[in-house]
Design a binder for this molecule. Structure first.
Ligand code: C2O
Ligand code: CU
Ligand code: CU
Length: 483
């Protein structure tokens, strides 16, 4: 017999039982807007200008933010695979920036990492040869020591590599109608509605967490979708928050693409965990005509399993409500079976091993380092140094990277490659990590199979780092050349 008390306890244990965040008290039916689409498939050239503007997220006045061709974030840039596109990035800000194409497999000299600063008033022009399969990627500032603040203020945007085959795949592809781009970010705001980013010691240790959900730069909006199958392209563009995502009513999320491209066929999931830097494309069936809510569990990252604190008072919260509008064209009524993508083979053969240990000091060492303002995070015992090439890899070779993250979870990202996740803590990878990846959440230990096909000279090496941006800026980054 189930008593009422047991029943309530059961409810409390539901991982996604949603408790609204403060900002959701006034959730509206204001429709969620997409970032403007900037289609460079015909022109093969595009321009992005980093600029300052004003954004009023909460209707309280707001404050200064940064964006690309706009006040906050940038356009959704669409590039065609098989083409070379010319990028011109202008810096109209009063500080140095860089712009990195996260997920593009381009040579180091086009990568936009910390070695390619763009001075105030200057422009950076580079060619982007797109040889990779279709995927959802993004671009963001990657300035040495300033990445976390610049991205927090808005210097990021979406990049879609397109191969023109989505109709043949049977996928929704009507931007903003049945193919939605969702940039997930959390922010703190002050009383006037300005972004409040002043990381204190715990924020620098754990990574900066917000208390208000922002999607595509908007707070409290509702996604309006047709009564059919809808494609959601999810990007975790947060500094540090990990989102264990699911639908409140338990409806399935059909994973069709991971960071670096399509799977061979959809994988049905009830829960999808998205760490900073990761992308996932899912199909969701709204043909029942019912409204729904995408919700997130609390940030699962705890230092030493919670002994050092870190968001333990958090509850689940809504990410985005969905309202079905039967007047919208529902083009896709059935889930596609064959996506034409691939799942990498998990056969390491005789790939050379490499150990990558993601480290943060504990206790007094951490406190002292933080107080002195130094780089306290490290990889294999060394904090990031612009002047040190950590290793050089022969172009065309394959390596087996064994990553360890002991103190807390760290999302490891590698520039210039896509990789296979061989194992997680000695077991087969989670279903959401079966596809091609460029960022993976390491919770303990993970093994990756990485092939280095794109060149990076020592002057413009590729980075590998934790994508918790406060950790990256704090030194948990390394660089390698591919020659
Ligand atoms: Cu998304 Cu090195 O970055
Ligand atoms: Cu990257
Ligand atoms: Cu980290």
């Amino acid at each position: 017999m189930t008593s009422r008390r047991q029943f309530l306890a059961g409810l409390a244990a539901l991982p996604l039982a949603a408790t609204p965040l403060a900002a959701f008290a006034q959730a509206t039916r204001r429709p969620l807007a997409m970032p403007p689409l900037m289609d460079a498939r015909e022109s093969r050239a595009f321009g992005l200008t980093a600029q300052a503007g004003t954004t009023d997220f909460l209707g309280r006045g707001g404050g200064t933010t940064r964006g690309l061709n706009g006040a906050y974030l940038g356009p959704t840039l669409r590039l065609a695979t098989g083409q070379v596109s010319r990028a011109e990035v202008r810096n109209a800000l009063d500080e140095v920036i860089t712009l990195h194409w996260h997920g593009l497999l381009v040579p180091g000299e086009a990568d936009g990492g910390p070695h390619q600063p763009i001075a105030p008033g200057a422009s950076w022009v580079t060619d982007l040869p797109i040889t990779q399969p279709a995927c959802t990627a993004w671009y963001h500032a990657h300035t040495h020591g300033e990445t976390a603040r610049q991205v927090q203020m808005g210097l990021a945007g979406v990049l879609q590599v397109d191969d023109g085959q989505d109709d043949a795949r049977g996928l929704p592809s009507d931007y903003g109608i049945d193919d939605l781009m969702l940039v997930l970010q959390d922010r703190r705001f002050d009383r006037r509605g300005r972004i409040d980013y002043d990381p204190a010691m715990p924020d620098r240790m754990m990574g900066f967490l917000g208390d208000t959900m922002v999607v595509n730069g908007q707070v409290g909006a509702t996604a309006v979708v047709p009564r059919g199958i809808v494609r959601l392209r999810l990007l975790n563009g947060s500094n540090a928050r990990i989102y264990p995502l699911g639908f409140e009513d338990g409806r399935e999320m059909h994973l069709v693409a991971t960071d670096s491209g399509f799977l061979d066929r959809p994988i049905a999931l009830n829960r999808l965990t998205l760490a900073p830097g990761e992308r996932a494309e899912i199909l969701v069936d709204f043909s029942d005509g019912r409204d729904a809510r995408l919700v997130s569990g609390p940030n699962p990252n705890r230092m030493m399993g919670g002994m050092m604190g870190g968001g333990s008072a958090e509850r689940a919260f809504p990410v985005l409500p969905f309202a079905v509008d039967s007047g919208l064209p529902a083009r896709i009524a059935r889930l596609p079976q064959d996506l034409g993508g691939s799942v990498p083979a998990r056969d390491a053969g005789d790939a050379a091993p490499r150990r990558i240990s993601l480290e943060m000091p504990m206790g007094p060492g951490m406190m002292l380092g933080m107080l002195l303002g130094g780089s306290v995070f490290s990889i294999n015992g060394q904090s990031f140094d612009m002047g040190r090439t950590d290793f050089t890899i022969a172009r065309g070779s394959t390596e087996r990277w064994r990553i360890t993250a002991d103190t807390m979870m760290h999302p490891l990202h590698i520039h210039g490659v896509r990789f296979a996740v061989l194992s997680e803590n000695g077991h087969a990878p989670a279903a959401q990590n079966l596809g091609w990846k460029d960022t993976v959440l390491v919770n303990g230990q993970a093994e990756l199979l990485v092939r280095f096909d794109h060149p990076a000279p020592p002057e413009t090496p590729f980075m590998f780092h934790c994508h918790i941006l406060e950790h990256e800026d704090g030194g948990m980054m390394g660089q390698f050349a591919v020659t």
